[in-house]
Design a protein around this ligand. Structure first.
Ligand code: PGA
Length: 251
């Protein structure tokens, strides 16, 4: 059983407006007052429109911010509607989620993800790389192969491995209320860990689980080995639920 649950990443997806900032107060207070919460890493990844207000709001706390995506282009240039790693870093933002399945579903390839990671690292952002299989791939028992392929391609020629966190997010689990059976999840996470160490030359891989994490199933999920934390979507938009999830991992 693991006791190294350290990362709690809130992915707000395409939700939130300026009024949502108020909901951070509770989490900031919790992080400041709770002894155990002081030792963990909480990262908020709001939409781009809220990134700067979040950085400002959280600057006197221990809570970090991250973007949900970045362009693969490092230089300033014309691609209208794009935001690059340099711009994100300039806000004093520290993390970026790359390769989320909701972006992959819109055509983002492993090759593009690889370029985005390179650009993020060049700009000194920490990367949360998402990988995961579809339900049909899982049913065909292709999970391991799919994940290894994604890691191989996404991390090709990437040197700075200690700045990369891997988030395993089974696509069928995201937003569905379904989570893998603990035994299956543990097996998959173990495969990922071994692959990262042996094939990708990671020294101390950090691996998160994401997909329908909520205050109920956290009691099961927290017992799963090979996990360093969670990437939390829906439930993270409600401060009470988010705090509840974190607290439950402490006991
Ligand atoms: P969910 O999202 O917790 O709402 O399933 C997780 C994610 O997409 O990162």
């Amino acid at each position: 059983m693991t006791n190294k649950l350290k990362y709690f990443v809130a992915n707000w997806k395409m939700y939130g407006h300026l009024k949502s900032l108020k909901s951070l107060d509770k989490v900031v207070k919790f992080q400041k007052k709770n002894k155990k919460a002081k030792k963990i890493k909480i990262v908020y990844c709001p939409p781009f429109t809220l990134l700067y207000p979040f950085v400002q709001k959280l600057k006197n706390s221990n809570i970090k911010t991250g973007a949900q995506n970045c362009s693969f282009e490092s230089k300033y240039g014309p691609p209208t509607g794009s935001i690059n790693a340099k711009m994100i870093k300039s806000l004093k933002c520290e993390y970026v989620i790359i390769g989320h399945s909701e972006k992959r579903a819109k055509g983002e390839s492993d090759q593009i993800i690889n370029k985005k990671i390179q650009s993020a690292l060049k700009n000194k952002l920490k990367v949360i790389l998402c990988i995961g299989e579809t339900l049909s791939q899982r049913k065909k028992r292709k999970t391991k192969k799919i994940l290894f392929n994604q890691l191989n391609r996404c991390l090709k020629k990437i040197e700075n491995k200690n700045k990369i966190i891997v988030a395993y997010e089974p696509i069928w689990s995201i937003g569905s209320g379904l989570i893998p059976k603990s035994k299956d999840l543990e097996k998959t996470l173990n495969h990922i860990e071994i692959f990262l160490i042996n094939k990708m030359r990671f020294k101390n891989p950090i691996i998160l689980y994401g997909g329908s994490v909520n205050p109920k199933n956290i009691m099961l999920l927290k017992k799963v080995s090979y996990l360093d934390g969670f990437l939390i979507g829906g439930a993270s938009q409600n401060s009470n639920k988010f705090i509840d999830i974190i607290k439950k991992t402490f006991n």
